[in-house]
Design a binder for this molecule. Sequence first.
Ligand code: F6R
Length: 241
Amino acid sequence: MDIIRVKDYDELSEKACKILTNEIKKSGSSVFGLATGSTPEGLYQQLIEEYKKGNISFADVTSFNLDEYVGLAADDPNSYRYYMDEKLFSHIDLPDEQAFLPNGIADDPDKECHDYEALIKDAGYIDLQVLGLGLNGHIGFNEPGTPVDRRTHVVDLDESTREANARFFNSLDDVPKKALTMGIGSIMESKKIVLLVSGEKKADAVKRLVNGEVSEDFPASILQKHNNVILIADEEALSKL
Ligand code: F6R
């Protein structure tokens, strides 16, 4: 795992933007895996700026998001589809039909997961996957205990994850209990992974990610076994290494 140490969140977003921008310039038709949450917001802002300056186009890019809450429709402000539209998609030229997220209100969630895997395969798998890190080591919504070969599947969210995400909802009760997520097996098939971590509250998780044993109890630890992972972390996040 390559570690890029940056001063702060702004520098983290700039570095990540540079990596994605280079990927687009190199191939044009990149397949990106994208994350939601607080961490990639700065990256998305920077990508929008690059697009507006005319430095990059997303016309031939395809994107697959990691996850979506079960029960939330695209027009629900807490859905990840809504987040992506607000924070990135509506500001760039990525065609709607090339921007995929699991459908949180699919009639048959298991079939939705199966179909999502097929779409990723048809696109030639993910060239560059952006990840954030959960406090409990989750990646996507793969909570501790998830087998490392799982494909896209339906998960019961950990209470700690629901509590961490309650900040976006009116109350903890409003946070869905289930989600659809790309599996660890799907994530590990990405050709390159860029993991973004910022802030002191993630310092213990980063320490376990880098120095801990590879274990299903801490899903992100499996990334130690991927041959092309770049961890971009700020000084606070790296403070316990
Ligand atoms: C989001 C996702 C999650 C987040 C993680 C960190 O699509 O898959 O794994 O990346 O929960 O979230 P933040 O960035 O809000 O700390």
